[in-house]
Design a protein around this ligand. Structure first.
Ligand SMILES: Cc1ncc(COP(=O)(O)O)c(C=O)c1O
Length: 461
């Protein structure tokens, strides 16, 4: 938790360090600058996804091996970004390579289900204790379909989410994420604010946001919506928020949410695109021992290939089986992806792998926390298995409002630059966390902590 009486950081010093580190990163990434010049002639903004863009230019990578990646300039770095939290297996894992290599010469796409898909569904069923599964190709597809299933099951249009949470890039969930703070509205009655252009107001108005870690606010909003004749079909949420750094659920919160949604006949969806297979074999559902009606997976599921899944109780998923909902997709259950997912689940993400990542988590969190206390930094380290971060705030972050009001954006930016200049490839953005892999070692963790120590020393000298 946060240091009791932290030092007050000098904003001018922070700014000077940012300028120095930015110039150093520019110098180290001249090859990326060249690639950017070329790429932007054909790729919009020089990147394949807006989340990959960066000022003054993105970093272009060439290879990944185990816990490391290399950029076009030849800089070799420990990877704590891990493909926005996907590569919990580490890069080019031999078991996944073998499965993919064997599959590739047997045919990579049929639009017909292969045995690997059945095995993956059986293993997910075992891990999550949810009876029925379907596959998709990304996290966005998984949340889009889960919401449609909930709407069909309940016959309602309105949906509820947590303010500040990201659930992918389809219209229904691109609402009330990172928005101008002054428009957020009253906590009991948050505004439904579209995240970016092109989202019809008629759609964003159907999405109602409530604060994280506040079961009372959720129930009161459900009751008011019910009184207005627009009770939500579902609550879609991350059991632990993974896009304000890491925000853990407070004791009892998830159990209360489970109780409230059950009482009101609202489908509970745990979006485990980030947490699933990263914080335990059975994700947040196992870790926090609260079972939702539907769960969505992606990222880690595919072992580096684009996979997603929706799992649910037999009762809710019945609307898929009986044909009420068309849960479809040409590439769903793609043979290559399923071969990778099978090898990942059965050979890589074993109980031993989670013990290893839990131990690494203890090491990185306690290492960073020791640095924070040694230098009196305003912040705290928080982690859970493969996921974690240092949050630069003097008070614990519990929801979007406390994040927006307290996180020190400048120091967060500085930490990223410090990492990138010292061989730590870290997720960009003020909201992101590190992701460890089964191939990370104590050496990788110690390298991370050493860079953090160096920054703390310079910040407080
Ligand atoms: C919790 C959560 N849900 C859904 C998504 C969307 O996944 P994708 O980018 O694969 O569409 C993300 C992506 O970061 C996510 O973090």
């Amino acid at each position: 938790m946060a240091v009791n009486s932290p030092v007050v950081l000098d904003p001018e010093r922070v700014q000077k360090l940012i300028e120095r580190e930015s110039a150093a990163l520019d110098e180290r990434t001249r090859g990326s600058a060249e690639m950017y010049k070329r790429a932007r002639n054909s790729l919009s903004g020089g990147v394949a996804s807006t989340y990959q863009s960066r000022d003054p230019w993105p970093i272009y990578l060439t290879t990944g091996q185990g816990p490391t990646v290399r950029d076009v300039d030849g800089n070799q770095m420990w990877d704590f970004h891990n493909g926005f939290g996907s590569m919990v297996q580490g890069h080019a894992h031999p078991a996944i390579n073998k499965a993919v290599a064997e599959r590739v010469s047997l045919g990579t796409h049929f639009a017909a289900t292969t045995e690997d898909g059945v095995v993956v569904a059986e293993e997910l069923q075992r891990r999550w204790g949810l009876e029925q599964w379907r596959f998709v190709n990304s996290g966005s597809e998984a949340t889009m379909d889960a919401i449609r299933i909930a709407r069909a099951y309940t016959g309602r249009d309105t949906i509820m989410k947590i303010f500040g949470s990201y659930h992918g890039h389809h219209d229904a969930v691109m609402v009330s994420i990172g928005v101008p703070y002054d428009r957020i509205g009253d906590r009991e009655n948050y505004a439904s604010l579209p995240y970016g252009g092109g989202i019809p107001k008629a759609v964003s108005d159907l999405t109602i946001a409530v604060p994280f870690n506040d079961a009372g606010a959720m129930e009161r909003r459900i009751e008011r919506l019910d009184a207005e004749g627009r009770k939500p079909a579902c609550v879609i949420m991350e059991a632990a928020m993974m896009n304000l750094g890491v925000v853990l659920p407070q004791d009892g919160y998830l159990a209360e949410v489970r109780e409230i949604t059950r009482r009101h006949g609202v489908v509970l969806i745990f979006d485990e695109v980030k947490t699933g297979l990263a914080i335990a074999a059975g994700g947040a559902t196992e870790r926090f021992a609260v079972k939702p009606d539907l769960v969505t997976l992606a990222k880690t599921l595919g072992g580096g290939l684009p996979a997603g899944a929706i799992g649910g109780s037999a009762e809710v998923m019945h609307v898929v089986e009986d044909g009420t909902v068309f849960q479809v997709g040409t590439y769903n259950g793609n043979p290559l992806t399923m071969a990778a997912a099978r090898a990942s689940l059965l050979e890589v993400l074993t109980p031993e792998a989670y013990r290893h990542m839990d131990a690494l988590n203890d090491r990185i969190v306690s290492g960073c926390q020791t640095v924070i206390e040694r230098y009196g930094l305003p912040g705290y380290a928080v982690g859970i298995s493969a996921k974690g971060c240092v949050t630069f705030s003097t008070v614990p972050i519990v929801d979007y409002e406390s994040f927006k009001a307290n996180q020190d954006v400048a120091v967060t930016e500085l930490a990223w630059l410090f990492n990138m200049n010292r061989g730590i490839f870290m997720t960009p953005g003020r909201e992101e966390e590190w992701t460890l892999s089964v191939t990370h070692t104590d050496e990788a963790i110690d390298a991370y902590v050493a860079v953090f120590d160096e920054m703390a020393s310079e910040l407080t000298a």
